[in-house]
Design a protein around this ligand. Structure first.
Ligand code: C2E
Ligand code: MG
Ligand code: MG
Ligand code: MG
Length: 290
């Protein structure tokens, strides 16, 4: 990890990108090639239950093994993929690949509850998302209960349709999580009606838990999830102090570099036991009595 796509990254973070047609078109073309030539790869980052201290599952995070630029992270191409529409093909590749991996792990009885897939807003609004999910499930044989869909909070502004789609996804058996929670604009009345299983508190609230204000916000989000009776996941956990805090306030799950960086599937299989031991010792040493 780490080699950034310098040519594109300064642009990809600005809304101006959508107006920068030559760069956008070039990148969109390159991404089509990347899909066709198998340059894309999913990495997997574990999530840990603070109650059981076990790995509950993994989040699939896309990487681009660029022939010249090396390993490129999603922040350097997802925005362009969204702006150009290539996200549709890219997202379909991600769903199929993640389902194949989940099926392999399910088959091998590798211990995990769920494998999470990030779904971008554009995919969510795509009319054939259900078909892609359905065929990926039936072709790979993975149980839908083992697939978690991480959908960013901005979907919540959308509409009645959003609620309907979420209902259908859950009726199909998928586990649905709202990602980057706290960065969007969801009203509480919307949230109350959202058929979801979990919310994932954005890492901006975790990074500065030492400040009273951020700690207060984090506690409010945790209690909001409690009153809605949905699970809360905290992402971006980097220090033992953050674990102690989250454990104390009864957050259910954590994910972050402290526990493990995203790894390739085979690396994850080899690292599994040591990640479990490490997580066990971390949470054990946060010695909690609430
Ligand atoms: P996200 O879904 O919110 O994923 C969390 C990001 O935080 C990941 O970055 C992850 O590697 C990073 N992270 C994990 N632990 C820590 C930590 O302790 N500290 C910090 N600072 N960061 C941590 P990544 O892999 O670069 O992905 C960035 C974003 O790109 C994701 O945010 C997601 O929105 C998007 N993305 C990644 N893969 C896919 C994909 O397959 N499809 C779509 N549509 N979007 C994706
Ligand atoms: Mg995510
Ligand atoms: Mg996200
Ligand atoms: Mg996030």
């Amino acid at each position: 990890e780490g080699h950034l796509l310098h040519v594109i990254s300064p642009l990809s973070h600005t809304p101006a990108l959508s107006g920068n047609y030559p760069v956008l078109r070039k990148l969109a073309l390159e991404l089509r090639t990347a899909i066709a030539e198998h340059q894309l790869e999913l990495y997997y980052q574990p999530k840990i239950s603070l109650q059981s201290r076990q790995i509950t599952g993994f989040e699939a995070l896309i990487r681009w093994n660029h022939p010249i630029r090396g390993l490129v992270g999603p922040m350097d191409f997802i925005p362009a993929a969204e702006a150009s529409g290539v996200i549709i093909q890219l997202g379909e590749w991600v769903i199929r690949e993640a389902c194949r991996q989940a099926a392999r792990w399910q088959q091998a009885e590798f211990p995990f509850k769920r494998l999470a897939i990030n779904i971008s807003l554009i995919q969510f609004e795509q009319s054939n998302l259900m078909d892609i999910l359905e065929s990926s499930i039936s072709e790979t044989g993975v149980h839908p209960e083992r697939i978690e869909l991480e959908i960013t909070e901005s979907v919540m502004q959308s509409s009645e349709r959003t609620i309907e789609v979420l209902h259908r996804l859950r009726a199909m058996g998928f586990y649905v999580t709202i990602d980057d929670f706290g960065t969007g604009y969801s009203s509480l009345s919307y949230l109350k009606r959202m058929p979801i299983d979990a919310i994932k508190m954005d890492k901006i609230f975790i990074s500065d838990l030492g400040s009273q204000k951020d700690a207060d916000i984090a506690v409010s989000i945790i209690s909001l999830a409690k009153s809605l009776q949905i699970r809360l996941i905290a992402e971006g956990v980097e220090t033992p102090e953050q674990i102690t805090f989250l454990h104390k306030y009864l957050c259910e799950e954590v994910q972050g570099y402290l526990i493990s960086r995203p790894l390739r599937a085979d690396e994850m299989e080899r690292a599994y036991d040591s990640i479990c031991q490490w997580a066990y010792s971390l949470i054990g040493s946060s010695s909690l009595t609430v």
